[in-house]
Design a protein. Structure first.
Length: 190
């Protein structure tokens, strides 16, 4: 079982690389944004509680987010090939909570894959994505805010995962297939 945290700034290619890993390795995928939207849409007790926080403009507490992730993780059964965690953890307390949740199941994070892309390239990618998809949050002002939040929270997590011995740096700039080959080389070593 290869549980993977895919990590990178908005626009670094996490979704694209996750899709390729799912196709090649048969991994499950947990995107926190998608999970929250589904829980809320389905009116689950966890979704209802999460919606209360969101409606008040508050962040969802780590404990609630872990409960939601644990529920989704457990829904994959005991024989899954691994799970890609996308968009979580974002802070050291979340990383510690994820580690504890997995340990309670006899599992662990096998690798943290960091997709590193220069800021100018991220800006270009996100502005292009906004034009193509019509995503309202892909505008210059919002992108700058999202990148600032990412950078202020990221550095400590990279160091935390280095101490855990599972951090893997991938140059996320360049040809898609070369980037995926680098990701695969990390996964093949696990």
């Amino acid at each position: 079982m290869k549980n993977v945290v895919i990590f990178g700034a908005p626009g670094s290619g996490k979704g694209t690389q996750s899709d390729k890993m799912i196709a090649k390795y048969g991994f499950e995928h947990i995107s926190t944004g998608d999970v929250l939207r589904n829980e809320i849409k389905n009116g689950t007790p966890l979704g209802t509680t999460a919606k209360d926080f969101i409606d008040k403009g508050q962040l969802i507490p780590d404990e609630l987010m872990i409960d939601i992730l644990a529920s989704v993780y457990d829904s994959f059964g005991k024989d899954h090939k691994g799970v890609i965690f996308d968009g979580f953890p974002r802070t050291i307390p979340q990383a510690e909570a994820l580690k504890k949740m997995l340990e309670e199941r006899g599992h662990k994070v096998a690798a943290m894959i960091e997709l590193d892309v220069p800021e100018e390239e991220l800006m270009k990618r996100l502005l292009l994505r906004g034009q193509q998809s019509g995503r309202s949050d892909d505008n210059e002002e919002t992108i700058k805010k999202r990148l600032n939040v990412y950078h202020s929270q990221t550095a400590p997590l990279i160091e935390w995962y280095k101490k855990e011995g599972v951090h893997n740096h991938i140059d996320g700039l360049g040809e898609l297939e070369r980037i995926f080959a680098d990701v695969c080389s990390v996964l093949e070593r696990l």
